[in-house]
Design a protein around this ligand. Sequence first.
Ligand code: NAD
Length: 304
Amino acid sequence: MSAKVIDCVAIADEIKNKLQKEIETLKKKGVTVGIATVLVGEDFGARMYRKQIEKFCDEMGVQYTDKNPPADASEEDVVKDVKTLNETDSVSGIIPLRPFPKQISDYAIINAIALNKDIDCFHPYNMGKLTLGEITFAPATPSACIEILDREKTNFEGAEICVVGHSNIVGKPISILCLNRNATITTSHVFTSMAGNLAKHTTVADILIVAAGKAGLITPDLVKEGAFVIDVGINRVKLLDEDGNPVLNDKGKPKSKTVGDVDFDAVKEKAGRITPVPGGVGAITNMMLMRNAVKAAKIQHGID
Ligand code: NAD
């Protein structure tokens, strides 16, 4: 039987409506919810992400502030910019958009963000609190995974969960959030695969959360029958026709499409529940960021 495909867009819309009402109510109390991004230079991926943040701020009536120092800006100047944002009342949350140019260390910028404006939980203090289970802001993508699991009434206690990926911003915090809820966690990563052990861990998981950035990594043989599969990956791949040849656009260039890390069509025949890509975790991630921005604005204005 084919898996239940989780309608993440509907979940995101529902959260969006709720947050929009909350943002309006705060506005009436004189509280502005605002998000600022810090992008140094012109990195393509970071610019795309900035565009997306600007768009959902606009849609939701949230003030957006763009700090975009040039690629040759000094670390000191960017830290100064962050400190200015820390002092700006209409900025509730600050999101550093990486990668930064070589002369700027991630940690210098992240450490400069005020703890109560760190809405994607980059600061080591907030990550430490997350690890201890005393969460101020859980990072957006891991929160989106938890939101999906909660809405599907997951009992975390003792659940066998395998996370594929151990990055500081996705894999690790997802593992910690699940561990805080007393799940049994295996965190696998590229070295697990290189040691030939990935299947050993993924095939016993009732919940498989994949954040590797490798299209097609998870095939049905890596999935337990009936498992809940959450695909965090976002990859651009060439669109192929039935014979495996690239599909070309009007200009003769190969068309591309967005896929996750899971071979969706094949895995959905074995999994019990599955999230799609696109229209999956990413849609909810944006709303988790916005939820944190609202929370930050409330903290900063002493509102419960
Ligand atoms: P990253 O490159 O920092 O980390 C990738 C992780 O995957 C590493 O831990 C690595 O060890 C592991 N990995 C790589 N190849 C592997 C393999 N063959 N087998 C097992 N593990 C392997 O990436 P990231 O920032 O953690 O992002 C992961 C993916 O999630 C990317 O596709 C990214 O675009 C996507 N992402 C999605 C959202 C969202 O909201 N949906 C948000 C952030 C990132």
